[in-house]
Ligand binder design. Structure first.
Ligand SMILES: Cc1cc2nc3c(=O)[nH]c(=O)nc-3n(C[C@H](O)[C@H](O)[C@H](O)COP(=O)(O)OP(=O)(O)OC[C@H]3O[C@@H](n4cnc5c(N)ncnc54)[C@H](O)[C@@H]3O)c2cc1C
Length: 428
């Protein structure tokens, strides 16, 4: 039976960053990917925040095939027939080294896989891992396509709903409330059209996050990222919200309505769809992560539930890259000790706790509860846009006082029968 130091299941960003670091240190690493090539099955919005990951693989970032650096941030709140967009442009976003870049996974992952192979790792695509090998109470390798490959450590980098973590007995029963589903399209447009429509120059890019009536009251939102010659557009919905929806809404249907919105359709008019994908996203935060290590196994990236949706910031790729690199450090130390037991590999979790990975997941542990408020998606956008519209509207009748206008809409939003009830509720 073939035997390697480390077998990594999944050539996504978590698996590749782990393999890159291990191969550089001279370990014998095999990465197994079920897709046709690294990046072929991977979905992201996507924008990568650079500051968290620059310290990992520092020597290769300069040559990474990024699309555009984001210098324009937009947040759009939509009601049924109106919208409010906040746009933030700052010189700081334009300074080098850049804060964040848009990217396309089929290009980016493929490039990272080439760098990882050049560092000495073996990557085998079109090869699906079917299960784990066990020796006594430890994981001792992988089973794939009828073959068995022994390993001192297996790294589960197989993404959200990790089958490997489940088979190793590390994950808990999955709760639909901890997952979202995302659909994404890549729409091709000429470079100058993108720059004209989004008001960009050269390598500048725009990231636009949208929430409100586009998800018909369900937890979630839409996104739009500019690439060099394409726009990535998509919609993300909480799975539990979708399952309990009485309207039997479908993600594809909501995506089409999102694209047809007046605010969006003019940005993507005439574009050709060149890629369509859908993927689950672990959004349960720190309360839903599995056990991160066991005898002979570590769990990284989405497989470990390392994603963070804060409404105005969506992160997963930086956590995947960092957790992969940190797992590699834990494995290198375990190799020096010649001990791949659970207690030896527990240094992985200790290092994660000292990093932004578990640090940020802990700090924002309650964000999902905040985002799960249906008012955010229906009532607040409707009330805020209605108030602003009325304030800016000049009709033929005398205009109401500002306070009366605001109170009228708050009363409507809160379904308060009288003005007195509203004032009491607001403690005014
Ligand atoms: C719609 C959407 C928008 C997002 N937007 C952003 C964003 O803007 N910014 C951001 O930072 N994050 C974003 N994310 C999250 C981010 O994409 C993920 O956190 C990231 O891709 C996780 O990387 P990973 O390597 O852990 O997992 P993945 O990229 O999912 O890689 C897992 C790999 O394992 C392989 N695999 C699975 N099972 C097996 C098997 N049995 N055998 C062999 N191979 C296997 C898969 O084919 C895949 O290549 C978004 C996600 C989605 C779905």
């Amino acid at each position: 039976m073939e035997h390697v130091d480390v077998a990594i299941v999944g050539a996504g960003l978590a698996g590749l960053s782990c393999a890159y670091s291990l191969a550089q240190a001279g370990l014998d690493v095999l990465v197994v990917e079920r897709g046709d090539y690294p990046g072929s099955k991977n979905v992201t919005g996507g924008r990568l925040y650079m500051n968290p990951v620059r310290r990992y693989m520092p020597e290769i970032w300069d040559e990474a095939p990024f699309e555009r650096y984001v210098c324009k941030e937009r947040l759009t709140m939509l009601s049924d027939n109106s919208s409010l967009t906040l746009e933030l442009r700052s010189d700081d976003f334009a300074k080098k080294p850049h804060h964040s870049y848009t990217l396309l996974r089929p290009v980016f992952d493929r490039w990272l896989a080439e760098r990882t192979t050049a560092a000495g790792a073996a990557i085998v695509s079109k090869y699906k891992v079917d299960g784990l090998l066990r020796q006594g109470n430890r994981i001792a390798g992988i089973k794939a396509e009828g073959e068995e490959i022994g390993a001192n450590v297996v790294v589960a980098a197989d993404g959200a709903l990790s089958f490997m973590a489940e088979e190793a007995g590390l994950s808990y029963e999955r709760d639909p409330a901890h997952f979202a589903i995302g659909v994404k399209e890549t729409l091709e447009l000429p470079r100058e059209v993108i720059e004209d429509r989004f008001g960009l120059h050269d390598e500048e890019g725009c990231a636009q996050l949208c929430f409100g009536s586009i998800t018909k009251g369900l937890t979630g939102g839409g996104f739009l990222y500019t690439n060099k010659q394409s726009v990535s557009i998509g919609i993300v919905l909480g799975i539990a919200a979708l399952m309990t929806s009485t309207e039997q809404l479908e993600t594809v249907q909501l995506m089409e309505s999102f694209k047809e919105r007046a605010e969006i359709s003019k940005l993507i008019k005439g574009a050709e769809t060149v890629e369509y994908s859908a993927h689950s996203i672990p959004e349960g935060g720190i309360n839903s992560i599995p056990r991160l290590y066991g005898n002979g196994i570590l769990v990284v990236g989405d497989a470990a539930g390392f994603a963070l949706n804060m409404g105005i910031i969506v992160r997963g790729m930086d956590l995947a890259i960092a957790s992969g690199a940190i797992a590699a450090e834990a494995i290198k130390s375990a190799k020096q000790r010649g001990d791949y037991s659970s207690s030896s590999l527990s240094s992985y979790e200790a290092m994660l706790k000292n990093s932004f990975v578990l640090g940020d997941l802990y700090t924002f542990r309650n964000v999902w509860n905040v985002l799960n408020n249906p008012r955010l998606f229906e009532k607040y956008p409707a009330a805020i846009t209605a108030i602003l519209q009325e304030l800016m509207w000049v009709g033929s009748d005398p205009k109401q006082k500002l306070s009366s206008t605001v109170l009228k809409h708050l009363r409507k939003m809160m379904n308060m029968p009288t003005l007195k009830d509203t004032l009491e509720f607001l403690k005014i």
